[in-house]
Design a binder for this molecule. Structure first.
Ligand code: HSE
Length: 307
């Protein structure tokens, strides 16, 4: 049976102010997903490596659910075995659920020669996200598929654009969420004043990415009225971390995706110091964490030769 092996990067969804619209792909960590056709007409999902209790039933797994939508959408009827080799810690806001979904659809598209375009792959994969957060948001899957900084120009129908990024060093304090998703706690209402500010924060970030200025990028991701105020409440020591890293001359700090990981943008020669600050504050507060130093990546999902 034919198979493809796909590398799928972690992503920082929202990337500060871009709730459900912005996403940034990372060089590390990443998941590897093996997509293999079977002749049983069934969708089977298996997790290899860090299992962490990720559901593998088709309707509760983002790759499984996305595959169901792929078969419905394309009227193809073969089955598929999806083997997900986790490199991205789950339930930590680093886009592993989106990575599985989009890698699976990317692989199926190759195996069937289905000729789906980027927007169609993103559309189908984002429906897989319902298995994780209950909502078909496209930011993680779009960033993972295309790499770089991705913004969603339109949701219905999906239309995304990728902007290449310069060297953006990123320190991430990986913290798992206590709740599977905190999305439902975000208010559906925002005042006009905050909406106006949010639009200006988002505009600043797009401008900063286009001008390739690291300091401007960091300062633009530092502000958000939608996700950060809610998600940060579930991260002990968050305000202290943000204050201390900015005092140490990092450019910006925010919650990654749905949390509870925290990302910081700073100059390359500051990454070690910033990592220490984050590690120390979390450890003093008894928060289980893993700090990594990574960077933005312009590479998205790609087929690789072997595991
Ligand atoms: N945009 C999504 C959210 C990303 O904020 O809920 C989390 O997966």
């Amino acid at each position: 049976m034919k198979e493809v092996i796909v590398k799928a990067p972690a992503t920082i969804a929202n990337f500060g102010p871009g709730f459900d619209v912005f996403s940034l792909a990372l060089e590390e960590p990443y998941d590897i997903v093996k997509v293999r056709l079977n002749d049983k007409n069934s969708i089977n999902v298996k997790i290899v490596g860090m299992d962490e209790g990720i559901p593998i039933s088709v309707e509760n797994n983002t790759a499984g659910l996305a595959a169901t939508h792929f078969f419905e959408e394309t009227n193809l009827s073969k089955g598929v075995d999806v083997e997900i080799r986790k490199g991205i810690i789950s339930c930590a806001g680093l886009g592993t659920s989106g990575a599985s979904a989009v890698a699976c659809i990317y692989g199926l598209n190759i195996l069937f020669g289905a000729n789906l375009g980027h927007n169609e792959i993103i559309e189908i994969a984002s429906r897989g996200e319902i298995a994780s957060g209950g909502v078909a948001h496209a930011d993680n899957v779009a960033g993972c598929l295309l790499g770089g900084f991705v913004l969603i120009k339109n949701y219905r129908p999906i239309d995304v654009v990728k902007i290449e990024v310069p060297n953006v060093p990123i320190v991430i304090c990986i913290i798992k969420k206590a709740k599977r998703t905190t999305r439902g706690l975000i208010s559906g209402r925002i005042s006009l004043t905050k909406a106006r500010e949010q639009i200006s924060y988002s505009s600043s970030l797009i401008h900063a990415i286009l001008s390739g200025n690291l300091k401007d990028i960091g300062e633009a991701v530092n502000r958000d009225h939608i996700s950060e105020p809610v998600r940060s409440r579930f991260i002990p020591g968050y305000d202290d971390i943000k204050k201390k890293v900015v005092e140490a001359r990092a450019y910006g700090c925010n919650v990654s995706g749905g949390g509870s990981s925290i990302f910081v943008i700073c100059e390359e020669d500051k990454t070690g110091e910033i990592a220490e600050i984050m590690k120390n504050i979390c450890s003093q507060g008894g928060v289980e964490n893993k700090v990594i130093i990574t960077k933005a990546s312009n590479a998205g999902v790609e087929e690789i030769n072997g595991l």
